[in-house]
Design a protein around this ligand. Structure first.
Ligand code: BGC
Length: 905
């Protein structure tokens, strides 16, 4: 007997915790838990309550099946306002609206070969007498400071001379103040030029790492909100903060980076607002008066180079009342930021896991190296005792070469932390304002015998919710998938980066463009990427040429001329990433918000095509970056011509923008961008394709683009192109021959060509280059190059060799959608596509994803009898189109619920 539908506590925008949010009318989403087969929502009611539980507003009963990002029912929230929201729903069949439980379900199972017809006959389950569900548990929402006028604080920086040319010590800032009692509530609104950690009365505020994170600081500076009531007391209190240079003033950028890109002076902007129970308030702000500054124990703390910490310089009790500030300096007030102060749209960076070393090694040269068994991003936490003044040095690297730490790939990043002991007992240390990409750490100067239990790796990244899983019968493919997950974790440290270890770590647009479908399956990256896209739009639209930056935040100077800024595949992120997020998270407003950015880029690209007589021609393109045959020092020298790549992408991007315009009701734009796609497609055909379907670049990526982006109008052309691709793949002995552009497409292209077994053959290939080659070499993350490590164990000689780059891991999207067979058919997973394609000798595979409607799952196994058994979980309020291989390939539709299908294969 089916249980009654239970609505889970609603979620707010894309927040994990809707506290200190920036949206005055946040949209609400909810999931309904029920095992009633075919359950669909017929209506909902959203209610707003005040803090005492008194209803403030209600949507009333809204006859709608929408449950994802539905409008806020009341008036807009003001700054600092709190509200409680709850939801209840009516089943579609409760009021005669049942449209699924019998008809479509029966049809579905009828064509499902007599398989378990759970979906067919469960129609009675949702019957709840026509009444609403119980109210969901409440979700509390609180806004931050929505209006710049809410800020009375001013940024402060230590008044001592600061040399922008060299790393500066982490500053301590403090302010004493007195409070009455009793306190009803207290909030700290805080951000920095640089990175900060706040303390009140000696206790750390919150658990964020490297706050406020990295945004396009000239345009958008993010602040955080903390509930600090529990930190405060009647009488004397102290607000303190550690302030480091971070991305703002420290060294960052391309080709080694530069210091002080955003500004020379790190600064803190903090506003503590206390409300007493009698309704009166008190505000403590950063400003010239009452604040003092001193240098702390961290002599430098840099993102690339690491931290130098002298524990003898710690100032006991520095953020508590009564601390002697006689030697402390004054602070200087800076002008209020011209950038917009924005609340977070995604989760903060946090410590998410700790990992113990698996081995202590002595290297051939006699050094001590710890192996954590996993390439990760974070830093070390050590517990040590020894004499005062003794220094322990920690060096980090991703791989060993000839048994020693392989640091050459780090280029000009020192990735070294030093800790000088205070002496006199057990000391614990973890650096604060840096992170490293490493599996191995060399420990030098450890006092006495090193006990591996005294060193722990602390994993650090944006604390997104995990939403996707995959497994299958081949352990190497499972490890490949695990490597993708680890590269995602390591490269979502507030910004979606290329790599986390060398002197780069930048938000390269092309990398996330190709990886986005994979990322959106594995983690809820919607909030983080929404914020990142706003940065992209702000930077792009501030440029006269409207070209999206190569990296966001943009730290590549205008003097950079090594190649043109306008790069296909990379700049196309402006259109293709919002589209992926819309498809995966159902956020139409995101498309609206990015629309100006999208059109600006496509209009610019169209002007290049116009200049070229219909095609974008003859400029350097990064193109199929890192084709495995490209020489180590010339990664753009791919088999597929850059012009071909650029114009294939122009067709794709213009066509997608046409679809977006239609979604947004911009009919004229839709027609115009589709016409652009058509004309570039026609010119593409004339220039790069023979009438019989050969491409001018006779290479895997060229055919993959042509087949996946719909570039070949003739059926005969498509057939011949598919045949040619298959021949090339066979001729290559199933080795991968694609770079960043072709890799996400090649398996789909082979499937489109009717050759899924070749896709499996490539997936399972172990020779170099292939997806599994790094796995056979012990990789625990995705590598930047197919051969970042050569078969002889030496590091690729190119000076651009990372062992943690997610781009080539884009194949995981195919694992999810095709190997396991779980993907979206309509925006936001409103409709699923269940289409497993067993092959390659795999005997089972499964994928699971937390969709906006709840958990979806597909699992298949091939039984000894040769029967394929597919189990699927379709979330409430959704449906699925099912495509099964075997004797009857006709697709059919099923409703929400648990389904089992059998097929003879
Ligand atoms: C990055 C890449 C990036 C490329 C483009 C590299 O240095 O690591 O991932 O997309 O540059 O030029």
């Amino acid at each position: 007997m089916a249980s009654h539908p239970a609505v889970q506590a609603p979620t707010v925008e894309h927040h994990r915790d809707p506290f200190g949010i920036g949206e005055p009318r946040p949209r609400l989403s909810w999931r309904t838990e029920t095992d009633a087969e075919g359950w669909r929502q017929g209506a909902y009611e959203v209610q707003l309550l005040d803090e005492e539980g008194v209803p403030l507003a209600t949507s009333g009963r809204v006859d709608s099946d929408e449950s994802v990002l539905v409008p806020w029912p009341g008036r807009p929230l003001r700054s600092r306002e709190r509200a409680t929201v709850r939801v209840r729903v009516w089943s579609a069949d409760g009021d005669g609206g049942a449209d699924g439980n019998s008809g479509a379900g029966a049809g579905a199972d009828g064509s499902a070969d007599g398989a378990n017809g759970a979906g067919a006959d469960g129609g009675s389950g949702a019957g709840d007498g026509g009444g609403p569900s119980p109210w969901s548990p409440p979700t509390r929402v609180e806004t931050g400071l929505l209006d710049p006028a809410d800020w009375t604080a001013r940024p402060i920086t230590p008044a001592w001379p600061q040399d922008p040319e060299s790393p500066q010590p982490v500053a301590l800032l403090r302010h004493d103040f007195t409070l009455r009692s009793p306190i009803a509530s207290a909030r700290l609104y805080v951000t920095a030029y640089g990175v900060y950690e706040a303390e009140i009365n000696g206790v750390r505020v919150g658990d964020h790492v490297l706050a406020p994170g990295w945004t396009s600081y000239e345009h958008r500076l993010r602040y955080q909100t903390f509930d600090v009531a529990g930190h405060l007391r009647e009488g004397g209190n102290t607000l303190g903060a550690l302030l480091g240079e971070g991305w703002y003033a420290g060294r960052i950028g391309f080709q080694g980076g530069r210091r002080a890109i955003y500004g020379e002076l790190p600064a803190l902007l903090a506003q503590l607002e206390v409300r007493y129970t009698d309704g009166t308030t008190e505000t403590v702000t950063t400003g010239e008066s009452g604040w003092r500054a001193a240098t702390g124990p961290a002599l430098r703390s840099e993102i690339y180079d690491g931290e130098a910490y002298d524990a003898r310089r710690e100032r006991e009790g520095w953020s508590s009342p009564g601390h002697d500030t006689a030697e402390w300096a004054a602070v200087r007030e800076l002008s209020f930021p011209t950038a917009e102060l924005v609340a977070p749209t995604g989760p903060p960076v946090r410590r998410t896991e700790t990992i113990a070393p698996v081995e202590v090694r002595t290297t051939p040269s006699g050094r001590t190296v710890l192996d954590f068994g996993q390439n990760l991003v974070g830093r070390l936490r050590i517990t040590v005792s020894g004499p005062a003044g003794h220094t322990v040095t920690l060096r980090h690297a991703e791989v060993l070469e000839h048994g020693e730490l392989g640091t050459r790939p780090l280029r000009f990043a020192k990735a070294t932390d030093t800790y000088t002991l205070r002496g006199g007992g057990v000391e614990t240390y973890e650096p604060r304002f840096t992170f490293h990409g490493f599996r191995y750490a060399e420990v030098e100067g450890w006092p006495g015998e090193l006990d591996p239990a005294d060193v722990t790796a602390v994993v650090v990244h944006s604390d997104m919710a995990r939403t996707g899983w995959f497994s299958c019968s081949d352990p190497l493919v499972e490890r490949l998938h695990e490597n993708v997950v680890w590269s995602l974790r390591g490269n979502f440290l507030d910004v979606p980066t290329d790599c986390p270890q060398r002197d780069e770590r930048l938000g390269w647009t092309g990398d996330i463009q190709v990886f986005a479908p994979t990322a959106a399956f594995l983690y809820d990256c919607s909030g983080l990427l929404t914020g990142w896209l706003r940065d992209l739009a702000a930077e792009q639209l501030a440029r006269p040429d409207s070209v999206p930056p190569l990296v966001v935040p943009d730290v590549i100077p205008d003097t950079f001329t090594e190649f043109p800024r306008a790069q296909a595949v990379w700049a196309d992120v402006a259109v293709l990433l919002p589209w992926v997020l819309y498809r995966r998270f159902g956020d139409r407003e995101l498309l609206r918000g990015q629309y100006a950015s999208m059109c600006a880029w496509v209009d610019t690209a169209a002007s290049y095509a116009a200049e070229g007589g219909g095609l974008w021609r003859h400029v350097f393109q990064l193109g199929d970056w890192l084709d495995p045959t490209a020489p180590p020092d010339r990664p753009a020298e791919a088999r597929t011509d850059g012009d071909l790549v650029a114009n294939a992408y122009l067709v794709r991007t213009a066509a997608v923008l046409g679809d977006i315009a239609e979604v947004l009701g911009e009919g004229a734009d839709a027609a115009c961008y589709r016409a652009l796609a058509d004309s570039v497609r026609a010119a593409f055909n004339e220039e790069f394709v023979t009438p019989a379907g050969r491409l001018s670049s006779d290479a895997q990526t060229a055919y993959a683009l042509a087949l996946c982006f719909g570039l070949l109008p003739g059926a005969r052309q498509r057939e011949r192109a598919g045949e040619r691709l298959a021949a090339i793949v066979r001729g290559a002995d199933f080795r991968i021959a694609t770079g960043f552009t072709g890799t996400p497409l090649i398996c789909d292209a082979l499937c489109a060509a009717g050759e899924p077994e070749l896709a499996y053959r490539m997936l399972l290939e172990r020779g170099c280059p292939s997806w599994l080659y790094p796995v056979t070499m012990g990789a625990t993350t995705m590598w930047e190059r197919w051969d970042s490590m050569l078969p002889d164990g030496s590091i690729n000689p190119g000076d651009m060799t990372s062992f943690n780059h997610y781009a080539l891991g884009a194949v995981a999207d195919w694992l999810h959608r095709t190997v396991a067979g779980l993907g979206p058919a309509e925006p936001g997973w409103r409709r699923l596509r269940i289409a497993p394609l067993p092959g390659g000798g795999l005997t089972h595979a499964s994928a699971e994803h937390v969709t906006p409607y709840g958990r979806a799952r597909v699992e298949w196994r091939v039984e000894d009898s040769g029967v394929l058994v597919v189990e699927a979980v379709v979330p409430p309020n959704t449906r699925a189109d099912v495509h099964l291989p075997g004797d009857d390939p006709t697709p059919f539709t099923v409703n929400a619920g648990h389904h089992v299908f059998h097929r003879k294969v």
